[in-house]
Ligand binder design. Structure first.
Ligand code: FMN
Length: 374
């Protein structure tokens, strides 16, 4: 922990033991955060239709248990791109953790490593990837950090970023494909929030090119990016490439054809194209399109162990969580994130038991129905 920035948030917070579900963290985090920063974390694009749709679509699905199947010991362990995790639950990349808690991504990385879960580190983190990796290694022998990348048209700069992530020990690159432009957030516009406050920077961008100050506005989001850039990326690195932001089955097929290692069905937590479909609603079409050629991951609206089970039953290999991790971090730093992750894992284990399953692989598509059919 960086003693100089050890903050008040933890001391003022209730014990995370008092929280009984991941949703309970948000209202407490809201109390603790600067309202402008709360809006940045919580908000979505435009009318926030997609933001709401993600959770609402999970709520419309019902799990159909199997009974009397004689299952005993549960085994949640999952292997993703050759990396063993304690559960099919990952940390989605979310930027700017320093706005949530002074320990920032250091705390998140420690909690993820201690939980034995894969953290997708955001390129726009406020702690350098090397420091995150060092914290993770202090906590676990074999932690897994994947690095989320916004490909920059300056391919020299992109290469420098990729090498930095690789040298830090990241074991996969997650390329965000759903951001050819910045989503329009009414809340941020109203609050005039368009860059980080003084003293907080995008640490991964600094020192990679002359005069790079690490400002958010330096980040290049461009509609010119194409699958060709993914091919160029593959020439730069042997790291497995994961494409995040897939919603259309045809894009899933292209990713599989190009030999991508995995895809993430994601609408960026409702922060990019508003009125994009809920991820869990779109998942079955994407799973069908790839015909098992690559693992399909999903994020967006996962708040309960039952949500994890629904996504896996519909064909996801794992899910990733965004905002709940941020709320946990805000409320309790490392301990808060640890609590959120533990809750999701425990709830998922309990759900599996109630569904008559001993492993995630035993969840099948026949075990999910829509509310209308239930
Ligand atoms: C505050 C915040 C910052 C985010 N920053 C990034 C980012 O830098 N890169 C990225 O690919 N996705 C980013 N995302 C999207 C998440 O990776 C993920 O798709 C989304 O949060 C999942 O939805 P959930 O928050 O409902 O779990 C961000 C999401 C939030 C909430």
């Amino acid at each position: 922990m960086d003693e100089s920035v050890k903050g008040a948030a933890v001391d003022e917070s209730p014990s995370t033991r008092e929280f009984l579900s991941t949703r309970e963290f948000e209202p407490v985090a809201r109390e603790l955060l600067d309202p402008v920063h709360y809006d940045y974390f919580a908000g979505g694009a435009q009318d926030e239709i997609t933001l709401r749709a993600n959770e609402a679509a999970f709520a419309r699905l019902r799990l159909v248990q199997r009974i009397l199947r004689g299952r005993s010991a549960l085994d949640l362990t999952t292997t993703l791109l050759g990396h063993r995790t304690t559960a099919p639950i990952m940390l989605a990349p979310t930027a700017f953790h320093r706005l949530a808690h002074p320990d920032a991504e250091r705390a998140t990385a420690r909690a993820a490593a201690a939980a034995g879960m894969i953290m997708i580190a955001a390129m726009l983190s406020t702690v350098a990837i090397e420091d995150m990796a060092a914290e993770a290694r202090k906590t676990a022998d074999d932690p897994h950090l994947w690095f989320q990348l916004y490909i920059q048209r300056d391919m020299g700069f992109t290469r420098a970023l990729v090498e930095r992530a690789q040298d830090a020990g990241c074991s996969a690159l997650v390329v965000t494909g759903d951001s050819p432009a910045l989503g329009r957030h009414v809340r941020n516009d109203r609050n005039g929030f368009h860059d980080l406050p003084p003293g907080i920077r995008c640490e991964n961008l600094r020192s990679l090119r002359a005069d790079e100050p690490g400002h958010v506005r330096q980040v290049d989001l461009s509609p010119e990016l194409s699958w060709d850039h993914l091919e160029k990326l593959r020439e730069m690195t042997d790291l497995p490439l994961v494409v995040k932001g897939v919603l259309h089955p045809e894009d899933a097929r292209i990713a599989a054809d190009l030999g991508m290692a995995a895809i993430v069905v994601s609408n960026h937590g409702g922060r990019q194209l508003d009125t994009a479909p809920a991820t869990i609603a779109q998942l079955p079409r994407v799973v069908e399109a790839v015909e098992g050629r690559l693992p399909v991951l999903l994020d967006g609206g996962v708040r309960r162990g039952t949500d994890v089970a629904k996504a896996l039953a519909l064909g996801a290999a794992a899910v990733a969580v965004g905002r709940p991790v941020v709320w946990g971090l805000t409320v309790g730093g490392e301990e808060g994130v640890a609590r959120v992750l533990a809750m999701l894992r425990d709830e998922f284990a309990h759900t599996l038991t109630l569904c008559g399953c001993a492993t995630p692989a035993e969840l099948g598509r026949d075990m999910v129905v829509t509310e209308e059919a239930a």
